[in-house]
Design a protein around this ligand. Structure first.
Ligand code: GLC
Length: 531
């Protein structure tokens, strides 16, 4: 596992994962929403980035109340995105280009429109009743306990016909599947097999740490650190609705299904501290997910000391657990990282993501430096925002806006004359792929320079990681392997630093676009890679 020979590494260890939010990548059908044919047409661009795999956020049949994370049929493509034939063509084209395809698997909940839930609603004696989680009202009436939905309000909704409540960790239209029921597990495992037989190489597994709940249904305790304005869900701690022992068992079964096929993988969405997070890798004799998503670069304050401290601890913990590390700066649920760290630090962050030890996952548009887009009140569509008007940070539309391809009306995402489902960034006319293709000094070409550097210097992929002491504001580390030692210097502050011996060597890449001489001081907001 910790071999420094990249030849021994699997594709999901040596390669970069690129996340596409299908609604926003390329609209070829002219309805203002992206689609599979659009993505297929853009795959040569994706391949040109030097990434290895594409993860598609959900494309399955859905009423789109949570934009596809509410699945009404796990084995059908939503007509908005195209057909199964379009999907097969996408997979074939990806494979021709050397790209792996990963789907978003949403096992915790289905849509309330799913035939299973519709059947469950016919009454307590229905064969599908126990496929979801039902409880009687509390003794005095009302919801069974205090559990809350991630999108605000109770996690329980009353089914008037039967007088029972059903559980939903998200919208009432996203009822939680009952993973304790073996029939549910069998059906959901068949979904994985269905897509693997169609050539899918891997899965990103939605909220995998939420699959089971404690079946005593006790109230969850209050979170003493919660502040008004933060989402209501975080006003409670979650000892009974997250990270349950049963969930670990279900994931081991899921892993066994992946092992029925060659060279497949899954990455799990898990927001937990490192010690709990790494338990999701499993052990040598009982593997779980291949990669438990590490979101800590998103959650940490952007300063050198804290990023170093976290990275040292995480890298060591991964080695101890026999887990392969991974890194994320953004996704469809989080602010764009350029907006978070600021323009000056944008390339520093990009360099960090692509040079740390472990698999990077890149969110579409981050390679050209897209920013969060301010969404006018009448264009907000995300249920997390609409249901929680008092939590301004809850909305996810700003990071989901259409890809900026060129300077045409609708930025080449949609034909001029259509209204994209979310507004485009005001600066799309200047900040777009076509403009950056022309400019050797663009963010896009800086991204490509980083991925080429990884290709050309396997120490950046399979080499060891070790941080080095440096002045406050500077995060410095060494990647070593294959007979090469590379030093990565990240100035996370706005002062110049004379780093003496650390800057000695040949500059392979600087975020400021030049090749500083050996020993030259590290400039404000500069990222530099030396050998
Ligand atoms: C995950 C997804 C998010 C979705 C939620 C419910 O957190 O990333 O977009 O709303 O699950 O499925």
């Amino acid at each position: 596992m910790t071999s420094s020979l990249t030849g021994n590494l699997k594709w999901w260890q040596s390669g970069i994962i690129y996340q596409i939010y299908p609604r926003s990548y390329q609209d070829d059908s002219g309805d203002g929403v992206g689609d599979l044919r659009g993505i297929t047409r853009r795959l040569p661009y994706v391949a040109s980035l030097g990434v290895r795999a594409v993860w598609l956020s959900p494309i399955f049949k859905s009423p789109m109340r949570d934009f596809g994370y509410d699945v009404a049929d796990y084995c059908a493509i939503d007509p908005l995105f195209g057909t199964l034939e379009d999907f097969d063509a996408l997979v074939a084209q990806a494979h021709r280009l050397g790209l792996k395809i990963m789907l978003d698997y949403v096992p915790n909940h289905s849509s309330s429109d799913h035939a299973w839930f519709q059947e469950a609603l016919t009454g307590p004696s229905s064969a599908k009743r126990d496929w979801y989680v039902w409880r009687d009202p509390a003794p005095g009436g009302g919801v069974p306990n205090n559990w809350k939905s991630f999108f605000g309000g109770p996690a329980w909704t009353l089914d008037g016909a039967s007088g029972q409540y059903y559980l939903h960790q998200f919208l009432p239209s996203q009822p939680d599947l009952n993973w304790r029921n073996p029939a549910v597990r069998a059906a959901m495992f068949d979904v994985l097999r269905f897509w693997m037989r169609r050539g899918v190489d891997g899965f990103r597994v939605d909220v995998i740490w939420l699959l089971a709940e404690d079946n005593r249904y006790l109230d969850e305790p209050r979170n003493p650190d919660w502040q008004p304005g933060q989402p209501e869900h975080s006003s409670l701690l979650h000892p009974y609705t997250q990270d349950q022992p049963e969930t670990h068992g279900y994931i081991r079964e899921m892993r066994a299904v992946l092992e029925e096929f060659d060279d497949r993988m899954m990455v799990g969405e898990i927001y937990l501290p490192v010690d709990r997070l790494l338990t999701y890798s499993g052990t040598e004799d009982a593997r779980m997910v291949h990669l438990p998503f590490n979101f800590h670069l998103i959650l940490l304050p952007w300063n050198a000391a804290q990023v170093r401290q976290f990275t040292d601890g995480y890298d060591a913990a991964c080695l101890a657990a026999g887990a392969w590390p991974n890194w994320v700066l953004g996704n469809h649920d989080q602010r764009r990282f350029r907006s978070r760290v600021g323009d000056a630090q944008y390339r520093v962050a990009q360099t960090l993501l692509l040079t740390l030890r472990g698999t990077p996952t890149v969110y579409y548009g981050d390679e050209i430096g897209m920013r969060d887009v301010v969404i006018p009140a009448d264009r907000i569509v995300d249920p997390a925002a609409l249901q929680q008007p008092d939590s301004p940070e809850a909305g996810r539309d700003p990071e989901r806006t259409p890809m900026q391809w060129d300077d045409a009306v609708n930025a080449g995402f949609s034909a001029p004359g259509t209204t994209p489902w979310l507004p485009l960034a005001d600066d799309a006319v200047i900040l777009n792929v076509a403009a950056q293709e022309q400019d050797p000094a663009s963010d896009l070409n800086y991204f490509r320079a980083l991925t080429r550097l990884r290709e050309g210097h396997p120490a950046l992929i399979g080499g060891t990681y070790r941080s080095v002491d440096a002045p406050e504001d500077v995060f410095a580390f060494v990647r070593e392997g294959h007979g090469e030692t590379l030093t990565v210097l990240l100035n996370m502050g706005s002062r110049e630093h004379d780093l003496g011996g650390l800057t000695r060597g040949e500059t392979l890449l600087s975020s400021l676009g030049d090749r500083p001489a050996s020993g030259a001081p590290l400039r404000p907001d500069e990222a530099r890679i030396l050998r």
